[in-house]
Design a protein around this ligand. Structure first.
Ligand code: NAD
Length: 441
């Protein structure tokens, strides 16, 4: 099939690469010329495990191409995916739909034969109706259907999740559109649960899912606070909870709060939508405010662990909002660092993939190290903020020798506590206490 992708970011690019790998001809467009220039010259614009090889392979075999000219992505396509950003509105925090509406108006003129417009961006309930209206107003003769195909991929696992989705949700009342999109998703039909619902239900499923996962994270974080006070171990508690199939073991890692480009904005947008229709969801409101406070609380824990913030050197491991990605949007790590910088903290940071994206946000307000040990050299405290696997394999003896003071705040529960204590560290983590090395209560 012929596919157009509008927006080649964290969702659009893996989606385009994935559908080309499945044998479709895919044209991706973006309004940022530099992104398209990079992609045309064989340079990836985001980091995702496994993306590069498939990208190169499909560009070379001619099934995947890039353009700034939207007409080329739309005019021949059977299906056009909208994968542009829907960031929070700066004032109301509802989803800001200006990019998706602008893209819809722009593509309207390029529609030739019947086309399915598939909305992959996360959009509030009713947005499909508005997109349909905007396209009709601009091009009354156009033949098309707007359907909702929300994206559930996890950054860092985008390629894995593209080929192995938990479920595919398709929201439409049009049988014609359904037949076409079913054909595209045929390679998934045997191994994946396919759910066909109305467009409005589909739009809601995405927000309801993300808000639920965010609540789960916030719940285990609050449970971690309880465990610290009560002398229980949140990892053991989470393991026990996770064995219950009704609960499930994912999203039960206590840490420094959720972040990234989705959960913070999607919880705020869901809360706004719920208030707007007169059915506020207090669980989500509490999750949002609690998650915000958590980052502050973590920063305070670092400040409390340091005698003189202006004299101390703080080593930070991890900048990305989670492992496996270079994405620093709404990264809890960045938010904690920004809080520390208000106190003139002297920070040296390292992240395996996100140094470039972090530098765009933090600039020269922190120093950047070439590797994790260099970051820790002469540090008074080491703080782990992102759960990159390589941190858990740290050579603790070497680390102990490198650092000025043997103090670790492990906010991702990455290290083996016993080993860290044995290596002479004063060790704090999340939701666990250690008899011989306990944080003062
Ligand atoms: P992104 O910011 O990485 O990419 C969006 C791209 O769209 C940008 O490159 C931008 O230049 C481009 N764009 C905007 N307007 C355009 C236009 N008129 N024409 C062409 N290109 C245009 O965003 P993302 O992280 O890929 O997210 C896209 C959508 O998918 C959002 O609604 C998001 O909530 C949703 N989503 C994201 C994820 C994720 O993990 N990032 C997961 C599921 C759903």
């Amino acid at each position: 099939m012929k596919i157009g992708i509008i927006g080649t970011g964290y969702v659009g690019l893996p989606t385009g690469v994935g559908f080309s790998e499945l044998g479709n001809t895919v044209v991706c467009t973006d309004k940022i010329k530099e992104k398209i220039d990079d992609l045309k010259s064989g340079k990836l614009t985001i980091y995702e495990d496994g993306l590069y090889d498939l990208f190169i392979k499909n560009v070379q075999n001619g099934r995947l191409s890039f353009t700034t000219n939207m007409r080329k992505a739309v005019s021949d396509a059977d299906i056009v995916f909208l994968a542009v950003g829907t960031p929070p509105h700066p004032l109301t925090y509802e989803a800001d739909l200006k990019y998706i509406y602008a893209a819809a108006v722009e593509l309207a003129d390029y529609l030739t034969d019947y086309t399915v417009i598939a909305v992959k961006s996360t959009v509030p309930v009713g947005t499909g109706d508005n997109i349909e209206q905007l396209i009709r107003n601009k091009n009354p003769a156009a033949r098309f259907d707007v359907i909702s195909v929300p994206e559930f991929l996890r950054e860092g696992f985008a390629i894995h999740d593209f080929f192995n989705p938990d479920r595919v949700v398709i929201g439409t009342n049009s049988q014609k559109a359904l037949n076409i999109i079913k054909k595209l998703y045929l390679p998934f039909a045997d191994k994946t649960k396919m759910l066909y619902v109305t467009r409005r239900s589909s739009e809601t499923i995405k927000y309801a899912s993300n808000a639920f996962l965010a609540m789960k994270i916030h719940y285990i974080n609050e449970m971690a606070d309880f465990c610290e006070k009560a002398g229980a171990d949140v990892r053991e508690v989470a393991a026990g909870m996770g064995l219950d199939a009704r609960i499930g073991n994912r999203f039960l890692n206590a840490g420094l709060g959720f972040g990234g480009s989705c959960f913070p904005k999607d919880t705020m947008a869901m809360a706004y939508m719920a208030r707007a229709v007169g059915a506020p969801i207090e669980l989500i409101e509490t999750t949002i405010s609690g998650n915000k406070k958590r980052k502050q609380k973590m920063a305070n824990r670092i400040l409390e662990a340091i005698a003189d913030i202006k004299q101390a050197k703080i080593a930070i491991w991890g900048l990305a909002f989670k492992d496996g990605t270079d994405d620093c949007r709404q990264s809890p790590a960045i938010e904690v660092i920004e809080e520390l910088l208000k106190h003139n903290a002297n920070i040296t940071a390292f992240d395996p993939k996100a140094m470039g994206t972090a530098c765009q946000i933090l600039g020269n307000k922190v120093s950047y190290a070439d590797d994790m040990y260099q970051a820790a050299k002469d540090a008074d405290v080491l703080v782990i903020l992102t759960e990159w696997k390589q941190f858990s394999a740290a050579d603790l003896e070497m680390l102990s020798q490198l650092m000025k003071q043997q103090k670790i705040l492990d906010f991702r529960n990455m290290l083996n506590a016993k080993e860290a204590i044995k290596a002479g560290f004063e060790y704090q983590c999340i939701g666990r206490c250690f008899a011989n090395n306990q944080k003062e209560k």
